[in-house]
Design a protein around this ligand. Structure first.
Ligand SMILES: [Zn+2]
Length: 248
């Protein structure tokens, strides 16, 4: 079984979503559908009605924290029902408007608090804010239930996150990005997961609209970089999925 630990199914267009769901169903790809905000979560819940392989999860992406002036207490109902939390985190790289950073941190701290309180894993975006994410997951004592999404920061913080027993998802730039390959080489296979990050990620990397079966290539390249057998890696991911979705 292939498992996509970080997809954005709500990013598929009206013209492509049915094809994407068919691929997921035909190829039996367990797919964690991350959300960007409440609206995105509602859409992912709807999409998940068409497939038993889709696991919709709730989070507010750092890009979207300012779009809703969130009263965080109102989000508790979603936290209680989501099997894990995501996508949440910080982005000080792509988000150039520094006036949003304070609110990003406020929202991220709320999710960290919830992850601890409800004993749930948390799928974390760290772009340009790796050091602060590291400090915060330590402070909230959730590092061993943290999944770092598509890490691209420096080696020093990477090694610290590995020491803290975080999980990591490798994504679709693993085929060609030498820095990503070096990062993946450092991560123990037991803490390594695979993701596609939705249709637009592959488009960003090499101008191809990504469909869910792209996950097979990610697995293939992880196995190549880590020199591990495909079946052994599939088994490891399956064990991790059980841990991650059943709570700890
Ligand atoms: Zn994402």
């Amino acid at each position: 079984m292939y498992i996509d630990f970080h997809n954005h199914l709500d990013f598929y267009t009206n013209e492509t979503i049915d094809k994407a769901i068919n691929i997921i169903n035909n190829e039996k790809i367990k797919t964690i559908a991350c959300s960007m905000d409440e609206k995105s979560y509602v859409k992912n819940l709807e999409i998940s009605n068409k497939s038993k392989y889709i696991i919709p999860i709730f989070g507010i992406h750092p890009w979207n924290v300012d779009k809703g002036k969130y009263n965080l207490e109102n989000l508790e109902k979603y936290i209680k029902t989501t099997p894990l939390i995501g996508e949440v985190g910080l982005d000080f790289h792509w988000v150039e408007d520094k006036s949003t950073y304070e609110n990003q941190i406020r929202v991220f701290k709320y999710f960290l608090e919830c992850a601890k309180k409800y004993n749930k894993y948390i799928n974390v975006h760290t772009k340009g804010a790796e050091e602060l994410v590291l400090d915060l997951i330590k402070k909230y004592d959730v590092s061993n239930q943290t999944i770092i999404h598509w890490y691209s920061g420096d080696r020093d913080n990477l090694l610290k996150l590995i020491d803290l027993k975080c999980y990591f998802t490798a994504s679709v730039d693993l085929y060609s990005n030498i820095k990503t390959i070096e990062i993946i080489k450092e991560i123990p296979v037991s803490k390594l997961l695979a993701e596609t990050d939705g249709p637009t990620a592959l488009q960003w990397v090499n101008d191809v609209y990504g469909m869910p079966n792209e996950i097979k290539s990610v697995y293939k390249y992880i196995c190549k970089v880590k020199d591990v057998d495909l079946e052994a890696f599939k088994f490891s991911c399956k064990e991790n999925l059980i841990k991650i979705t059943n709570s700890i």
